[in-house]
Design a protein around this ligand. Structure first.
Ligand SMILES: C[S@@+](CC[C@H](N)C(=O)[O-])C[C@H]1O[C@@H](n2cnc3c(N)ncnc32)[C@H](O)[C@@H]1O
Length: 284
């Protein structure tokens, strides 16, 4: 039984980092004429209301997109991401937040392919209604990890894989690692984006290093790891401290683009004095 619903978290600081990186990668992919495929293994509902009871349960978006939406002094790459969120809101006030499928639908070109997987039946239904009729798009009510073997290599030999589980179950950490290994075995040139929560658990702390070890062995263009630490743990040691985006075969220029933005995000989204960022990269 899946309890996680992304509607409670949409637009929080973790979404800001994730979707900022996703947008940059998709912009890079569009710089070449040849079409590509985006496989989103954990797609969610596609887009989310920020006005309903889900978003207001914890008001997480107030610590994320809401702090950026009205600003006109954003670094270029951040301004580009916020412009996409504004576009999703029809240029008006912040009332809804685009999930990864919506960000993709704003950036994919007519010939690019979008393959979405979502296991929660309600979210999958919303996603299908939203994007199911987009050309070159498939929506599967099935396990995104298990789908990778049939998805790769993509027909055009250009592909991006976004792996963004909820980590509701500890097994997700091992599954993410196995999925990245499988992607690299089947299609070493894939650009793989993995979202990793920053928690005080061994699994969360070890995953970036494990991903680095795998990518160092088999990714032709190496890896990049961007982490934002924005909050302190609560008295019991719980809570989301921040998150990482781990990128296998990162596009040229991504490191410099993030270097110009992460200090601004620490300043703007940080919730405690120790807020900080880490940006590391290894070219193959
Ligand atoms: C963090 S949310 C995804 C958010 C989305 N990628 C975005 O950025 O807007 C994770 C989603 O994965 C779904 N899920 C959990 N296990 C899954 C699996 N094995 N395959 C596909 N979807 C899964 C959950 O129901 C949830 O909607």
């Amino acid at each position: 039984m899946l309890a996680y619903r992304h509607a409670f978290h949409a637009g929080n600081h973790a979404d800001v980092l994730k979707h900022l990186v996703l947008a940059q990668v998709l912009r890079h992919m569009a710089a070449k004429d040849k079409p590509y495929t985006l496989i989103d293994t954990h797609a969610g509902a596609g887009g989310y209301s920020l006005e309903g009871r889900y978003a207001h349960t914890k008001d997480e978006f107030q610590g994320g997109i809401a702090r950026l939406y009205q600003r006109n002094d954003l670094p270029k790459v951040l301004a580009d991401y916020v412009a996409l969120v504004r576009e999703f809101n029809g240029g008006g006030a912040l009332a809804q937040y685009p999930g990864s499928p919506a960000i993709a639908s704003l950036l994919l070109r007519a010939d690019d392919r979008l393959h979405l997987y979502e296991l929660h039946p309600t979210d999958e239904r919303i996603l299908r209604a939203f994007l199911g009729s987009r050309p070159h798009t498939t929506v599967g009510l099935s396990d995104g990890f298990a789908a990778l073997h049939k998805e790769l290599p993509p027909p055009s030999r250009r592909g991006v894989v976004l792996i963004d589980p909820s980590y509701e179950m500890k097994a997700d950490y091992a599954k993410v690692l196995a999925a990245v290994r499988e992607v690299l075995e089947r299609f070493a040139a894939a650009v793989v984006l993995v979202w990793v929560p920053q928690l005080r658990t061994l699994e969360s702390q070890q995953l970036p290093q494990r991903l680095q070890n795998s990518a160092a062995k088999s990714a032709p263009k190496g890896w990049l790891h961007a982490r934002l630490t924005l909050a302190a743990a609560d008295a019991r040691g719980f809570g989301l401290l921040g998150s990482s985006m781990f990128v296998v075969n990162p596009p040229h220029g991504l490191h410099d683009a993030l270097h110009a933005v992460l200090p601004f995000l620490v300043e703007t989204l940080g919730q405690f004095e120790g807020a900080n960022f880490l940006l590391e990269q290894q070219a193959a």
